[in-house]
Design a protein around this ligand. Structure first.
Ligand code: UDX
Length: 445
């Protein structure tokens, strides 16, 4: 099929490339000409495992092309995906200006009947706004063209996006016309070999499904973090409680790992946006509000443990930070706990020596740009030199089973704060460490 994907951000680029991989003819559009010129040379604006070679391969076999000209992309297309950003506005709602700008352009340039698919995460009711915007442009042009609206939320995890797209748990399609549904079924059938994975529903329910899914997952994490905090108070161990409850398959093991809070581009933004959607419809969402509050507090649990040990003034203290990205497998630092923890420690006078396998450039350029007393190291062990303690903030594979003798040798004092509960299996106390984790009372102090 011939497809246009508007927006070459994370979602647009992964979706467009995976559609091309299945043999569709895809044109990706972006207004950023530098980005497009780079993409034509297979230079990607993001890091996602497996994406770069797939982009390269599909450019070479002519199934994937890039342009800044939306008109050109629409000429051939049967299906148009809107995959532009919906950043968080000042009031927490999703900012729709880019989505509606694309809708306007589609209305200006479309020459034949199109299926228009909203893939950006948008508030319930946005498809109607997109439809009205396109219709207005068509009316201005005085042309009578039918088009079909579809909502197709994405459920990609960063670091596993290709696999999530190629073998999805489900494809959710919100539709109005039978023709559009038929086209979407045809497009997605190679991805959903099993029919129950293709879930069709009305448009508003599809739009809501995305928010409900992310809010549910964020709720599981915040719930577990709250349980972990209570565990610390009552002398229980959240690691064991997690296994105890996860074995009930109504609860399940996934997304109940306590830690230093969830980050990323989706959970924080979507939880906030869902709260705003509810409030805009005169509903006060108590649970969702708490999910956000618990998470904001959780991002500071590690720094609170540090203050408890060393006092409020951390002048002269040096901390080695392992991991900056919001999770392993990505260079993405949006809403990463590391940002909040590092800023809090530096504010109290500490010095930080940090290492991350992928995210150090992002940190330097954007997220920790103006932070003083922050140095970056070439390897995880280099961070430890002269440091008072090591902090594990992202559970990258290369951090999971380190050489503890080497850590002990390098650190000034053998102290580890584990924000991801990765080291509790190693009997660190027996190895001579002072070991702090999430959800287990600190035994040393
Ligand atoms: C998420 C959803 O999983 C995906 O379906 C949606 O489309 C976009 O948002 P992503 O943001 O890439 O994907 O990351 P994910 O792997 O879900 O992790 C989110 C955050 O939750 C990370 O900061 C992670 O460390 C944290 N997390 C996850 C926990 O703290 N505990 C857990 O048990 C699981």
């Amino acid at each position: 099929m011939k497809i246009a994907v508007i927006g070459t951000g994370y979602v647009g680029l992964v979706s467009g490339t995976c559609f091309a991989e299945m043999g569709n003819k895809v044109t990706c559009v972006d207004i950023d000409s530098t980005k497009i010129e780079n993409l034509k040379k297979s230079i990607l604006p993001i890091f996602e495992p497996g994406l770069e070679p797939m982009v390269k391969k599909n450019i070479e076999r002519n199934t994937l092309q890039f342009t800044t000209d939306i008109n050109e992309a629409l000429t051939d297309a049967e299906i148009v995906f809107i995959a532009v950003g919906t950043p968080m506005g000042d009031d927490g709602s999703a900012d729709l200006q880019y989505v509606l700008e694309v809708a306007k352009n589609i209305g200006t340039f479309m020459q034949k009947r199109l299926v228009i698919v909203d893939k950006s995460t948008v508030p319930v009711g946005t498809a109607d706004k997109v439809k009205a915007t396109i219709q207005k442009e068509l009316d201005k042009r005085g042309v009578n063209l039918a088009f079909d609206m579809v909502s197709n939320p994405e459920f990609l995890k960063e670091g596993a996006a290709i696999n999530d797209f190629m073998k999805p748990d489900r494809v959710v399609i919100g539709y109005e016309s039978k023709e559009a549904l038929k086209k979407m079924k045809q497009l997605y059938s190679p991805f959903c070999m099993s029919h129950e994975r293709f879930i069709a529903m009305d448009i508003r329910s599809a739009e809501m499904t995305k928010y409900a899914a992310n809010a549910m997952l964020a709720t599981k994490i915040s719930f577990m973090n709250e349980i972990a905090n209570i565990c610390e108070k009552v002398g229980a161990d959240a690691n064991q409680v997690r296994i105890g409850i996860g074995s009930d398959n109504r609860i399940g093991y996934s997304f109940i790992y306590p830690g230093c809070g969830y980050g990323g581009s989706c959970f924080p933004k979507d939880v906030k946006a869902l709260k705003k959607i509810a409030e805009d419809h005169n509903y006060t969402p108590k649970l969702i509000t708490s999910v956000e509050e618990v998470n904001n507090a959780q991002k500071l649990v590690i720094s609170e443990k540090i203050v408890k040990k060393y006092g409020t003034d951390l002048t002269g203290k040096v901390f080695a930070v392992w991991g900056l990205a919001f999770k392993p497998g990505t260079d993405d630092m949006r809403e990463a706990p590391a940002i909040y923890i590092i800023k809090e420690l530096v504010k109290r006078g500490a010095k930080i020596q940090a290492y991350d396998p992928k995210a150090m450039e992002e940190a330097q350029l954007f997220y920790l740009k103006d932070v003083e007393n922050l140095a970056y190291s070439n390897s995880k062990y280099d961070t430890l030199n002269n440091a008072d303690a090591m902090l594990l903030l992202t559970e990258w594979k290369e951090f999971r089973s380190p050489d503890f003798e080497e850590i002990k040798k390098q650190l000034k004092t053998p102290v580890i704060f584990d924000g991801r509960n990765q080291y509790n299996i190693f009997n660190l106390e027996e190895k001579g460490f002072e070991y702090y984790q999430i959800g287990k009372a600190d035994r040393n102090k």
